[in-house]
Design a protein around this ligand. Structure first.
Ligand code: ZN
Length: 124
């Protein structure tokens, strides 16, 4: 049976969430820096080729940024739940999500059972 999280466990998970958020934010900053127009000093790449590459990079980057933003939102939501004291409860069945699962995926909002149920429903 799973039990409510103890305070040290919540603290540990909060550390994981904060570290993850810092990582993501740093990564997004790097992505943004990559988006800055680069001067073609090498001269080996044609203007067209350069523009094409820049476009490609921008497309990939915006997809990545979307994913990052989604993950960031989930992290924020988990941190909020922590503040409200209802972190670690399944949104669906209100059971306690085991600490072992939260350690792997600290921003999850569903227990394993509900998650696999949702995935089955989503597949059909
Ligand atoms: Zn559940």
């Amino acid at each position: 049976m799973s039990h409510a999280l103890t305070e040290p466990q919540v603290k540990e998970l909060k550390g994981l969430l904060l570290a993850r958020r810092a990582d993501l934010q740093a990564q997004m900053q790097r992505n943004r820096a990559n988006l800055a127009p680069t001067e073609n000093t090498a001269g080996s790449v044609s203007q067209d080729e350069n523009a094409r590459l820049a476009n490609q990079t921008r497309e990939i980057d915006s997809v990545l940024t979307d994913l990052d933003l989604q993950e960031l939102a989930r992290i924020e939501r988990a941190l909020e739940a922590m503040d409200e004291g209802n972190y670690g409860r399944c949104e669906e069945c209100d059971c306690h999500i085991p600490f072992e699962r939260l350690k792997i995926e600290p921003m999850t909002q569903h227990c394993v059972r509900c998650k696999s149920l949702r995935e089955q429903q989503g597949a059909r």
